[in-house]
Write a protein that binds this ligand. Sequence first.
Ligand code: 5AD
Length: 371
Amino acid sequence: MTNPLTHAEILGWLMEEDHGRLESLWTRADQTRRAHVGDDVHLRGLIEVSSFCRRQCAYCGLRAGNRGLARYRMEMGEIVGAARQALSLGFGTVVLQGGEDPGLRKDFVTDTIRAIKAETGLAVTLSLGERSMEELGAWRAAGADRYLLRFETSDRSLFDMIHPGVGRARADRIGALKQIKRLGYETGSGVRVGLPGQTYESLARDIELFRELDLDMIGIGPFIPHKDTPLGQLPAEHELLVQGEVPRGAMMAYKVVALARRMCPHANMPATTALATINKVDGRELALQRGANVVMPNLTPPKYRKLYEIYPDKANVDAVTAGANDALHDMLKRLGRRAGAGPGSARRDAPMPSGRENEEKNLTTNLKEAA
Ligand code: 5AD
């Protein structure tokens, strides 16, 4: 394991503005990436299965309060069809992502996972929000391999402000991640960088938390304001201005990507769509050169694309054409990389931190209990 950076070092890098010195951050992150996860870039086909959401997140265009948006939920046949497409494009994984949609019933998701596994054998990642232990256990037992749930920010009061609970319960994503891990899922999380009120201090803490949670996957994207959301309506020089607030934009997100790679050398880290959206020229390429090793091309059927508007302009990034797939492979080649074969699971060849073996025994027991 590489030596973790100290809190002060992380803070120092987050505040660094000298381009020459930042070059050395990018180089170290790229070296760490190559040494621990190699030159393979894993391709995950993203299927946005439902745009219904019961949450009221202040940043997200899919929030329940956004009445102007027509909602959709894909049929099982459509989802399995998109998974077949992922297989034919040579991808090793599909990611079923949706709003937190109670209409995505436990049994529907279970049957969909089984059908995808039976027909394609692909690794299945779920990203369906905060779901019950019963659902998570059933989906794991049906063969789901991975679960993504971003904690978004480790700053509890900022989180509560932007991610209100449903009913009286406060959301507890960090607790949920621990449960997800205990069920034996490869576990992914991440943050959004440049939120109003987000400080350097809390961002440094986020990066330390990636390591403490021992994440298998880490997704990092810049905050992109959406006009139909509370955070999208704040004036540019908003009034919540907090001392030590991080600036918005791609640069800060790249710093977090590079530092996360240094802290979590084995994690799978996507060059996120949000980065590709705010920097259409080379947002994705730069992320891949600064620590990232995964790309998630969008396989959502075109008719649903525009309706899954988490943030603006997202639908225009990489259409599902054969041409787009060729362009992606050309881009990887240019960077001296290649598409990874197989499921591309997070490697665990480093010695396990102590206590992990016991934890794994508990996982099996918990899984049996949950199923
Ligand atoms: N800007 C950037 N990313 C966002 N997400 C949701 N809303 C926004 C926004 N306004 C992110 C969430 C989610 C991922 C799919 O998109 O972090 O995990």
